[in-house]
Design a protein around this ligand. Structure first.
Ligand SMILES: Cc1cc2nc3c(=O)[nH]c(=O)nc-3n(C[C@H](O)[C@H](O)[C@H](O)COP(=O)(O)OP(=O)(O)OC[C@H]3O[C@@H](n4cnc5c(N)ncnc54)[C@H](O)[C@@H]3O)c2cc1C
Length: 424
């Protein structure tokens, strides 16, 4: 295929581009790279999907313009907030376990590249009220990860009392500790990636009023905004998180925004809530969705629930449901009694872009040439940021990728209950 042609559905980057680009620094300009021609891409959305894709495609020689409706990081974006869990524990899900393993290796490399620790390898403590002999997320993760050679420490109630005294060992009978995993300072990572993208030559336009894909004659030809500005490119990647279904109504039957709450507590003495005695944790997470983090440098202890959430429109006011604080404190008094009365510092209502099956959505729109979607995070994508860029870039370039098939454009399958969560 001649890459100079203007109306190509899939901009194909010739091999020489890929080879040239791999040999140069990501901050080199296309002119420096002596590129014979350029493929242009508009990226709508600067969360972890959009930025990871922009950085990787820029490295491959694309000319990228990234447009966001807000600032970067956007305070309402899912990728923002003080922290996200990084784990490889995914029951028997081989793909996400493998992606988790690779992401963790890359988070360590990114720490080294940045010269500061934004990924904290505090480990992941997975506790249950039930024995690990029984089936479920905890049992399946433990056996699957052990089989792959990762050393896990079994944590029956006695060990829990000794090593993790904040826990109520009378309730939580069994579990395990995986030292490989932890948490990442997600908002700060987004700021870093945005700075790296700018330095690499990605043109970033933030605080653009109502940007949206422009369709002409059935194909996506660019992006337009309320200020009347129009950008045009060979292809447009919509990576707008929970705002995606509102921008692309053709996806509303397979993905939607769900509101999830987050609480930041500030105990007077944060020390009992720091690693190693208080790592990242899941409390019967496969059944209840409760999980949380050690105190961060500001002494904030974040607690959240990976549950079905409430279906909302992304533009709705972000309000807590009535009684939410009581629900959190009831959970804390049963699980971490010493945290139950801790002062509340702040709350957050954050939106997942849930797909009907919990898998991401990364593909070309088969009905609108020029349009590619990278969304449908289903509440668990941030940890994979270090590998997502390559997956999305391979999809954009229609190159084979071992992980992309799962995230293809697909029909809704009957029988899968919307909003069900098996700790995807
Ligand atoms: C409460 C909560 C807890 C989570 N915890 C974890 C966790 O522990 N571990 C984990 O791995 N994942 C976690 N996730 C999931 C993770 O945060 C998301 O998977 C990920 O951040 C999604 O990234 P995104 O780029 O798709 O969306 P976002 O981060 O939401 O970014 C979308 C961007 O698109 C922009 N945008 C919207 N509309 C437009 C438009 N019209 N034009 C241009 N730009 C637009 C927005 O301003 C925003 O910057 C959590 C999510 C939530 C909500």
């Amino acid at each position: 295929m001649n890459c100079d042609q203007q109306d190509f559905d899939i901009p194909v980057v010739p091999e020489c581009h890929v080879m040239c680009v791999k040999a140069v620094s990501p901050v080199a300009s296309l002119k420096d790279m002596n590129m014979p021609h350029t493929s242009t891409l508009l990226v709508l959305g600067g969360g972890c999907f959009g930025l990871a894709a922009a950085l990787e495609l820029r490295k491959r020689g694309w000319e990228i313009t990234l447009i966001d409706q807000g600032s970067l990081p956007h305070p309402d974006a899912a990728s923002t907030d003080i922290s996200k869990v990084v784990r490889m524990d995914y029951a028997q899900d081989e793909q996400h376990t493998t992606m988790g393993e690779l992401s963790i290796r890359r988070w360590r490399e990114w720490n080294a590249r940045w010269g500061e620790e934004l990924y904290h390898e505090a480990g992941f403590l997975v506790m249950s009220r039930y024995s690990l002999q029984e089936v479920g997320f905890e049992h399946d993760s433990h056996s699957f990860i052990s089989q792959r050679g990762h050393p896990l420490r079994r944590t029956p109630a006695g060990t829990l009392r000794e090593l993790h005294p904040a826990w109520n060992h009378a309730v939580y009978r069994d579990g395990y500790f995986n030292p490989t995993g932890g948490w990442v300072e997600s908002g700060r990572v987004i700021a870093r990636l945005a700075a790296e993208a700018r330095a690499a030559g990605v043109a970033i336009h933030s605080n653009v009023s109502k940007p949206r894909p422009l369709f002409e004659g059935g194909r996506c030809t660019g992006v337009t905004s309320d200020t009347g500005h129009t950008w045009r490119a060979n292809a447009t990647l919509v990576a707008a998180g929970a705002w995606t279904p509102a921008l692309l109504p053709q996806l509303q039957s397979v993905m939607w925004a769900t509101a999830q709450t987050v609480f930041h507590f500030k105990p007077e003495d944060p020390r009992p809530f720091t690693p190693p005695q208080f790592p990242v944790w899941g409390a019967d997470i496969g059944r209840t969705g409760w999980y949380g983090f050690p105190a961060n440098a500001d002494g904030l202890v974040k607690v959240a629930n990976h549950g079905p959430g409430r279906r909302v429109n992304a533009g709705d006011p972000r309000t807590l449901p009535p009684g939410e604080e009581d629900r959190y404190r009831a959970f804390l008094s049963e699980t971490f009694p010493s945290l139950a009365m801790a002062p509340l510092h702040s709350t957050r209502v954050c939106l997942y872009c849930d797909t009907f099956d919990g898998s991401f959505w990364i593909d070309h729109d088969p009905n609108h040439p020029g349009l590619i979607v990278a969304a449908g995070d289903s509440g668990h994508a941030f940890k994979f940021t270090p590998v997502l860029g390559e997956v999305i870039a391979d999809v954009v370039e229609r190159k084979s990728n071992p992980w992309a098939a799962r995230y293809r454009w697909r029909e809704k399958i009957a029988g899968i209950s919307d909003g069900a969560r098996a700790t995807e």
